[in-house]
Every structure is written in C-alpha cells, then in structure tokens.
Design a protein around this ligand. Structure first.
Ligand code: NAD
Ligand code: UDP
Length: 320
C-alpha cells in the first residue's frame, strides 16, 4: 500500500512510519514540526520507501499520488501547561488539527477511496465515571474547560469520521489510544514518563502532581503500534481502545522509576499543574481489541521502561 501518515515526525507517527515501511509499504509522512522533530525521521532520509511533505494539516492537503490508506495522527498531545509543547499553550492549533485536519485528511481518504484511521484518545472519556472504560462509555468531559481544546477536538474528529463512514461510505477506523510511552517521546513535553525519567537520571526528586493517587495505564509503544496496524488491516469502523490495562497510581509509577535508577532523591508532591481537571482514574477495557483484532499488549511496565531508558540517556547526553 501507499500510506499517508500525518504527525509523522512525532513520537507515535515516526514509529508507525518505521513499522509500515518494514512491512513493505510506501509511506508519505506529513508534519509541520509544531511538537514533533525532524530527528525522529532522520534515519529514513534516503529511504526510497519514504517521502516527506512539510505541511500544516489545517490547510487543504494535496497529495501528488494515489494513496491506499490515510492515518491521521497530527495533534499536540501533552496536557502540561508548563511545557511550550503542551496543548494548553497551543489551544487553537490543537482544535484546528483535530477539526480542520480531520476534515482535510478525510477528504484525502474520500478522493482516494482509502482506508482511514483516526488517532483518537482515552481523553474522550474525560474524567471517567465508569471504570475501566469500554468503548460504549460516552464520557464525562467539560466542554469548555482548559482540557476541552484537546478532548472536544477529538470528540468532534470521531463524529466527523463516523459521518464520512455513514454518509460517504468511507472505510474508516478509530483508535482510542491510552497513555503510551517509549523512545522518541519529546523530553520536554511535560508528560509523566519523560519528566520522571529525566528527573531520576539527574538524581532529582520526581515531581508528583496532587496526591499521586490518580491512576493511569501505560502502554509501551511497540504494543500500541502492533494494535494500530491490526486495526488498519481490518475493516472495523467502531472505535477500538488500544492500551495496556496494567493500572498504576502515579505515586507508584514514581517509586518504580526511582527504584529502577536507585534514585535516593525520592518524590516531591506538587500542586496539580495539569490543565483543567486531572482525570482520577484511567484504564482501558480491551475486550473489543482482543476479540476483533486478536490483539493484547505483551510488554509490561518494567520491561517497557527498561527499553525506553537508553533513549533518554542518549538524548540527555546530546543536550550537554
Ligand atoms: P507528538 O506531539 O509526538 O506527535 C504529534 C505530531 O503531529 C508532531 O510531530 C507534530 O509536529 C504534528 N502536528 C501537530 N499539529 C500538526 C499540524 N497542524 N499539521 C501537521 N502536523 C502537525 O504526539 P504523539 O504522542 O506522537 O501523539 C500522536 C497522536 O496520538 C496524536 O493525535 C495524539 O492525540 C494521539 N494520542 C497520543 C497518546 C500518547 O500517549 N502519546 C495518547 C492518546 C492519543
Ligand atoms: N504527572 C505528574 N508529574 C509530572 C507529570 C505528570 O504527577 O511531572 C501526572 C499528571 O498529573 C497525570 C499523570 O501524571 O495525573 C499522567 O500525566 P501525563 O501528562 O503523562 O498524561 P495524561 O494526563 O494525558 O494522562
């Protein structure tokens, strides 16, 4: 297949490019580098199976060749207002990537009669009142709070994707991605894993926001990518959760990372810094992915962190 991937220079997008090229496909990557980096694609330069288009997906998208699939992954993704790359500091760009970017990429899929995959998120469940979260849960989202620029853009994107499926009969799919980590995460995007890994490497205290009793369920990047590829090859139109159900409190995550590094500095509890209401609990119900995609994650948190650490060590060395 020839596949267009938006957000190709980002954390998830760049791993998708790698695996799809490895599977024999031709990939066109598109990005405007607002939160991504050319470094994530440097190893593909000169690869005949990869071309890159520098473009903002909020503007009309022209693709010079016929494509068989479109994967729309372009969007800022970190909720931390302390980082210039967090969506609270890119509110309009975030809404445009989710709304106009989804419209434009669906247009490309329609013009090419291509399979379409939207990168949605567990954030569409908001601060969930149901636990764990099944795809049938409608969510608990503040429509105009500080997080809404991300959450509501993704909810709109899901609605538009289903409209293109129902009205134009486009072969669409929606992946609801839960917290994912691994090499190529931006070190300074303010998310928990990159913050904690860097702090532990510097032997500083880990900054736990709030009381640290809030939970997340962290999925290693390779597991996520395997699930997305299975969804791409399927004809499933309903949203599918892809994430690792191994739930952990943020305090436990910090203690685990400190233990991996023998970091004596411990943790420091800070006033919660994230935008809006920090969701209390998050855990995917992955029955649908298991049943329809025969997918489940295989890399646990300890192993995933071990595989992630060398990247952070290398990047921090480069910075000095
Ligand atoms: P990222 O910031 O590393 O990657 C996003 C990429 O999109 C960046 O390269 C950025 O430059 C690009 N981009 C943003 N706006 C653009 C625009 N208007 N035009 C062109 N390119 C643009 O983030 P990520 O973690 O790789 O997230 C990728 C996708 O997955 C996003 O859609 C995000 O919402 C979704 N997602 C990620 C997670 C996670 O845990 N990482 C969880 C849920 C959903
Ligand atoms: N968090 C934290 N310290 C940090 C960064 C994040 O305690 O330095 C918390 C944050 O408040 C949230 C959790 O870790 O409860 C996960 O945050 P992240 O930004 O990684 O993802 P999201 O909130 O989107 O799940």
């Amino acid at each position: 297949m020839k596949i267009l991937i938006t957000g190709a220079a980002g954390f998830i997008g760049s791993h998708l490019c790698d695996l799809l090229i490895k599977e024999g496909h031709d990939v066109i990557g598109m990005d405007n580098f607002i939160t991504g980096s050319p470094d994530n694609l440097a190893h593909l330069s000169g690869n005949s199976k990869f071309t890159f288009i520098l473009h903002d997906v909020a503007n009309f998208i022209f693709v010079p060749e016929k494509v068989d699939a479109v994967l729309h992954f372009a969007s800022p993704a970190s909720p931390n207002p302390d980082s210039p790359y967090g969506f609270p500091n890119l509110p309009i760009q975030t809404m445009k990537a989710g709304a106009l970017g989804t419209h434009n990429t669906l247009g490309v899929a329609r013009a090419n009669n291509a399979r379409y995959i939207l990168a949605s998120t567990s954030e569409i469940y908001g601060d969930p009142a149901e636990h764990p979260q099944k795809e049938t849960y409608w969510g608990n989202v503040d429509p105009n709070g500080l997080r809404s620029v991300y959450d509501e853009a993704k909810r709109f994107a899901e609605a538009l994707t289903m409209a293109y499926h129902r009205y134009h009969n486009i072969n669409t799919g929606i992946v609801r991605i839960f917290n994912t980590y691994g090499p190529r995460m931006r070190l300074d995007d303010g998310r928990a894993v990159p913050n904690f890994l860097q702090q532990a490497l510097r032997k500083e205290p880990l900054t736990v926001y709030g009381d640290g009793e809030q939970t997340r369920s962290f999925c290693y990047i390779d597991d996520l990518i395997a699930g997305i590829i299975k969804l791409l090859y399927s004809e499933i139109h309903e949203p599918v959760n892809i994430g690792n159900p191994q739930e952990i409190t943020i305090k436990e995550l910090a203690l685990k990372i400190n233990a991996l590094f023998d970091n004596p500095a411990g943790v420091v509890f800070l006033r919660n810094k994230v935008a809006g209401k920090d969701p209390d609990r998050r855990q995917p119900d992955i029955s649908r992915a298991k049943e329809h995609l025969n997918w489940s994650p295989s890399i646990d948190l300890t192993e995933g962190l071990r595989r992630t650490i060398p990247y952070f060590q290398e990047k921090m060395r480069e910075e000095h």
